[in-house]
Design a protein around this ligand. Structure first.
Ligand code: SAM
Length: 335
């Protein structure tokens, strides 16, 4: 494949290189911001699953370096220069917003960025949440973003499941570090449980939207949940989610009050009804022995119903008709 062919095929890949973004994903965050205005007034932000760092670049440029970014602008030489020097040039020193704190987390190490503190860690661990909190010195974040993705296997169900676990890790960290009223953005893989996910998030946020920015390929099942106005119910303790995220044998019976309801719902979906895709044993727990019952009202004239066997007189009548027809054309059956 020629050097230019990917540039030709993917406009965002080409524009990312022109404008000095580490990855084309930068446009996804910029377009989400364009629509939902998520960066306005933010001084403390967390970027989960941040490497190679294009979303952190957006935070660094817009929040820390106070830059106006025009998505359509072809180049930004100042920032390219700032990146190579890591230090911001002296002429722009006054533009820096020192109140801004940006914490970026990833399993992978990532090159430094102006105004971004980096943690190399796993977002499914509570210890990572604790480390983030220490950087905010007791204060909470205005915004948590997560573009996390596992290495996809190509098996949709498996990929959606692993992505959901990553999202749960991100949500758990968010509930521990986000201030009330704050915003959470995360990548999801759209599947049959997208509605359930929206409802789970609506227990914690005033508004939840599923966004598909133009720069996210149509062929990809990726989308982004934009959750605004964090408002956890009174008495909700997100720390209690930890044991249920980290062990497979989940026993929610020890939880009390609102946590007895909300934690099972967030961690493993609705626990109050049977799952229509699961095969259950005929004898259900807590119910008597299974007993077959005929359908309450079978269909009156189903298309699959068959006619009764033909009688002897039906057959004689049929043979007579054939005989008459044969005689008409001068054949006769000769019986
Ligand atoms: N938003 C990034 C950007 O704009 O450059 C791109 C993120 S990339 C699509 C997904 C990242 O998720 C990878 O760097 C991967 O290391 C990270 N990741 C996957 N699982 C993780 C986990 N459990 N904890 C932390 N990072 C994780």
């Amino acid at each position: 494949m020629g050097k230019k062919s990917k540039d030709k095929r993917d406009i965002y890949y080409r524009k990312a290189k022109e404008q000095g973004w580490r990855a084309r994903s930068a446009f996804k965050l910029l377009q989400i911001d364009e629509k939902f205005n998520i960066l306005s007034g933010v001084t403390k932000a967390v970027d989960l699953c941040a490497a190679p760092g294009s979303w952190s670049q957006v935070l660094s440029r817009k929040l820390y370096l106070n830059e106006e970014i025009d998505i359509k602008e072809p180049t930004n030489l100042f920032y390219t220069e700032a990146l190579t020097q890591v230090q911001t040039p002296a002429t722009n020193e006054s533009k820096k917003n020192e109140n801004v704190k940006i914490v970026a987390v990833d399993l992978q190490p990532m090159s430094p960025l102006p105004g971004v503190i980096q943690i190399q860690g796993d977002i499914t661990k509570y210890s990572t949440a604790q480390e983030i909190i220490t950087h905010f010195e007791g204060e909470k974040a205005d915004l948590v973003i997560c573009d996390g993705a596992p290495d996809v296997t190509g098996l949709h169900c498996m990929d959606i499941y692993i992505q959901a676990q990553l999202l749960l890790g991100a949500l758990h960290i968010t509930c521990n570090v986000l201030r009330e009223g704050g915003t959470f953005i995360a990548k999801i893989f759209r599947g049959k449980d997208s509605d359930l996910l929206t409802n789970q998030l609506l227990t914690l946020f005033r508004e939840v939207h599923v966004a598909k920015p133009k720069s996210s390929r149509h062929s990809s099942i990726e989308a982004f949940v934009v959750c605004q106005g964090y408002f956890p119910p009174d008495g909700f303790d997100p720390k209690l989610m930890t044991p249920y995220l980290e062990v497979s044998n989940k026993d929610f019976s020890t939880l009390e009050g609102i946590n007895r309801v909300i934690i099972p719902f967030i961690v493993c979906g609705d626990v109050s009804a049977y799952d229509s895709d699961t095969t259950y044993p005929l004898q259900l727990k807590g119910e008597g022995p299974y007993e077959y019952r005929a359908p309450v009202q079978p269909p009156i004239a189903p298309p699959y119903s068959f006619k009764p066997e033909p009688t002897k007189s039906d057959i004689d009548q049929f043979l007579k008709k054939i005989d008459e027809a044969a005689k008409r054309v001068g054949l006769g059956l000769g019986a």
